[in-house]
Design a protein around this ligand. Structure first.
Ligand code: FAD
Ligand code: SF4
Length: 452
C-alpha cells in the first residue's frame, strides 16, 4: 500500500481503539466484493470462518444470516476480525483477484458480530445436555473455542484457567489499543452462555495433574496452556533494575497497572530487544506512555524483520526507531539500575531463508554502538512452561518442549488427552488457536461417540 494512502496510527493513549464500521460503511464495503465463485478469501482463513459466504449474505442484506455464518464457524469471530493479520491471510487471497484493494474482511467480520450483539441476535443453538464431562486446561482462544463447540453439542465442559480472568494472551498480551477488554469480555460471554464453566484462579498443577483429570470423571482433556515463559538473554546487566520482559510489561499494561509501567518508561529512552510484532506492540505502548525515545534493536535487517507489516508501520508512525542488524551485548548500569546498552552491528555468516538466528550472526568489526537508556525490555519470544512435562508424564514432547500431537486429531500420546494452540505450534496466531480448538472438539466428539 502506498504510504500516502495509509491512515497513520498515532497513539494518544493506550485506549485508542479503532472504531468499527457503521451499517452504511459495512454495506458499501461489501458491495465492492466481486462474489468470486471459488471465494479465495475463504481458503485463506485457517479457522474456516468462510468470509466468502458471510460477505455474500451481507451483500444480499441478510445480516442475521451473515452473523450466523461467522459465529457458527468461529466462536471468536469478532476478536479475530480485530486481531487477525488479515493482510497475510484472507485479504491476501482477496487481493489476488486484483480489484483496487482487498475487501476489508476483518472489519466486516467485526461489524457483523457487533451488529448481532446490538440487535440481541444469538445464532448459536445448544443441543440437549448429554452429561459427558470434558476438561479444558487454559482459557486462551484454543481452549475457549474447543469448550464452546463441545458445549454447543451438549457436552458438560469445564475450563481451568490459572489467571484471574479468561482469554489467555488476548487478555494479557494483545495491547488495549488493538483489542479493548470489553470487546473480548462480550465475546467470552457468548461462550459462557452456552453453559461452559469457566474456573479462573484454578491452575492445574502438580505431578500428572492434567492427565489425572481423566480419573476425576472427565472423559477427555484438551491441554492448551500456551507459551507462558518469556525467554531471557544471558548478557551482563540482565539482572539490573528496570530490565523487564515484554510478557511482564504487556501484562501490566493490560491489567491496568499503568502507574508501574509509566514509571518504568515515561520521559525515558527505552531500548527494546527484538524485532517481532510483540516488540513493536511494546514499542507503541511505550510511546503511548510518553517514553521519550524508543529503540527496537533487532538482529534482522529492515526487510527481514519478523514483525507483521501493520505492527511495524504502527511503531514507525509512533516514531519508534528501528536499529536493524544489531546485537546487544551488555546492559550497562548506574547505582543498580539500567543506564544504557552496548552492542555491535552484525551481518549474517550465511544468507538464506530460515537462517535469521543468533548463531548465524557475526559482529561487523569496528561497528560497536552504545545508547543511553533508562529501561530495557526484552521481547525475544516465549516458550513453554517446563512444569508441563511433569503435569503430563505420559505425553511426548518435542525437543523445543512443545507437545507432540497427531496432526489430524490433535490427540497426544496419552489416551484421552488432546492438545492445541501455541503449546503445540509454537508462537502462532489467535486464528490458528481457534482452528485447533475446533479440530480438537471434533476429534474428541468422534472418539467419545465411538468413532461416529
Ligand atoms: C504480546 C502478544 C501479542 C499478540 N498479538 C496477536 C495479534 O494481534 N493477533 C494474533 O492473531 N495473534 C497475536 N498473538 C498470538 C496469539 O495471541 C496466540 O497465538 C494465541 O493466544 C495462542 O492461544 P492459546 O489458546 O494456544 O494460548 P494462550 O492465549 O497463551 O492461552 C493459554 C492459557 O492457558 C493458561 N494456563 C497455562 N498453564 C495453565 C495451567 N497449568 N492451568 C490452567 N491454565 C493454564 C494461561 O494462563 C493462558 O490463559 C500475540 C501474542 C503475544 C505474545
Ligand atoms: S478469522 Fe481472520 S483470517 Fe479468517 S476470515 Fe476472519 S479475519 Fe480473515
Amino acid at each position: 500500500m502506498k504510504k500516502s494512502l495509509r491512515k497513520t496510527n498515532l497513539l494518544k493513549s493506550l485506549f485508542d481503539v479503532e472504531e468499527g464500521y457503521s451499517l452504511t460503511q459495512a454495506i458499501a464495503e461489501a458491495d465492492r466484493c466481486l462474489l468470486c465463485h471459488d471465494a479465495p478469501c475463504s481458503a485463506g482463513c485457517p479457522a474456516e470462518t468462510d468470509p466468502g459466504k458471510f460477505i455474500r449474505k451481507l451483500r444480499l442484506k441478510n445480516l442475521k444470516g451473515a452473523v450466523r455464518t461467522i459465529k457458527e464457524n468461529n466462536i471468536l469471530g469478532g476478536v479475530c476480525g480485530i486481531v487477525c493479520p488479515a493482510g497475510r491471510l484472507c485479504e491476501e487471497k482477496c487481493s489476488a483477484t486484483e480489484i483496487d484493494k482487498p475487501i476489508n474482511i476483518g472489519r466486516l467480520q467485526r461489524f457483523l458480530v457487533e451488529y448481532g450483539w446490538q440487535i440481541g441476535f444469538n445464532p448459536l443453538i445448544k443441543k440437549p445436555a448429554n452429561n459427558i464431562k470434558v476438561a479444558v486446561v487454559g482459557s486462551g482462544p484454543a481452549g475457549l473455542t474447543c469448550a464452546a463447540y463441545l458445549a454447543k453439542e451438549g457436552y458438560d465442559v469445564t475450563v481451568f484457567e490459572l489467571n484471574k480472568k479468561p482469554g489467555g494472551i488476548l487478555r494479557y498480551g494483545v495491547p488495549s489499543f488493538r483489542l479493548g477488554e470489553d470487546f473480548a469480555d462480550r465475546e467470552i460471554k457468548d461462550i459462557t452462555a452456552l453453559g461452559v464453566k469457566l474456573k479462573c484462579n484454578s491452575p492445574v498443577k502438580g505431578k500428572g495433574a492434567v492427565e489425572n483429570l481423566l480419573k476425576k470423571g472427565f472423559k477427555a482433556v484438551f491441554a492448551c496452556a500456551g507459551l507462558s515463559l518469556p525467554y531471557k538473554i544471558d548478557i551482563p546487566g540482565a539482572h539490573l533494575k528496570n530490565v523487564t520482559t515484554s510478557t511482564e510489561f504487556l501484562k501490566d499494561a493490560k491489567a491496568g497497572n499503568h502507574e508501574k509501567i509509566s514509571r518504568l518508561v515515561k520521559n525515558k529512552c527505552v531500548a527494546i530487544i527484538g524485532g517481532g510484532s510483540v516488540a513493536m506492540d511494546v514499542a507503541s505502548t511505550c510511546r503511548a506512555l510518553k517514553a521519550d525515545k524508543v529503540y527496537c534493536i533487532a538482529l534482522e535487517g529492515m526487510g527481514e524483520l519478523p514483525a507483521y507489516k501493520d505492527d511495524l508501520l504502527m511503531a514507525l508512525d509512533n516514531c519508534v526507531i528501528i536499529k536493524p542488524q544489531c546485537r546487544v551485548k551488555e546492559i550497562t548500569g548506574k547505582g543498580g539500575a539500567v543506564a544504557g546498552v552496548k552492542g555491535n552491528e552484525t551481518k549474517w555468516k550465511v544468507k538464506g531463508p530460515g537462517l535469521f538466528i543468533p548463531s548465524n550472526a557475526e559482529d561487523v568489526p569496528g561497528a560497536g554502538f552504545s545508547l543511553n537508556a533508562g529501561a530495557v525490555i526484552i521481547a525475544i519470544g516465549s516458550g513453554p512452561d517446563s512444569r508441563l512435562k511433569e503435569q503430563l508424564p505420559k505425553v511426548k514432547f518435542t525437543k523445543r518442549g512443545l507437545i507432540q500431537v497427531n496432526k489430524n486429531t490433535l490427540a497426544t500420546s496419552a489416551k484421552g488427552v488432546y492438545a492445541g494452540g501455541d503449546i503445540v505450534r509454537g508462537p502462532a496466531l489467535a486464528v490458528d488457536a481457534v482452528a485447533d480448538g475446533k479440530k480438537a472438539a471434533k476429534a474428541i466428539m468422534k472418539s467419545l461417540q465411538g468413532g461416529k
